[in-house]
Design a protein around this ligand. Structure first.
Ligand SMILES: [Fe+2]
Ligand SMILES: [Fe+2]
Length: 147
């Protein structure tokens, strides 16, 4: 089922982020792990915003606006963490990574309840695109896109 596939992705990202946070608490920053996670999460957001959310009716899509705001917050937090690291501010990188964990987990729960369950009932849908591994170069989530 598509909902379990997506929920497993949430769990995998959350676990990866916990490892990054644990490293930061120990004073080290796994930049490669952060970059990999950022790329995976941005791809996940790309799939949601361009391929999954448009399948919902206009009424429920209004409810999805809140989820898209959270995508924007998640997106920005990755950039802030990377910048904190480049400035050598491990403490800020840790605090923002902890914030990212909270935002991400709350977002995942809301999304699973609001959107994913309904996707399972959209019978006849082709979900082959879930094999997408990377967001297109330069793609930005809707809320942060320049109008
Ligand atoms: Fe999402
Ligand atoms: Fe998601």
């Amino acid at each position: 089922m598509i909902s379990s596939f997506l929920e497993n992705e949430h769990k995998r990202y959350s676990a990866k982020l916990s490892e990054i946070v644990a490293d930061l608490r120990g004073g080290s920053f796994n930049r490669e792990a952060l970059r990999e996670l950022e790329s995976d999460v941005k791809c996940h957001i790309y799939v949601e915003e361009t391929l999954l959310f448009p399948r919902f009716s206009y009424e429920s899509r209004r409810e999805l606006n809140g989820l898209e705001m959270e995508h924007g917050a998640i997106w920005k937090l990755f950039e802030i963490i990377e910048k904190a690291f480049l400035n050598g501010d491990i403490d800020l990188a840790l605090r923002r990574s902890e914030s990212l964990g909270r935002v991400f987990n709350a977002h995942s729960t809301a999304e699973e309840n609001l959107a994913y369950k309904e996707l399972d009932s959209m019978s006849g849908s082709n979900f082959d695109f879930l094999s997408v591994k990377k967001a297109p170069y330069g793609w930005v989530c809707r809320i942060l896109r320049k109008k």
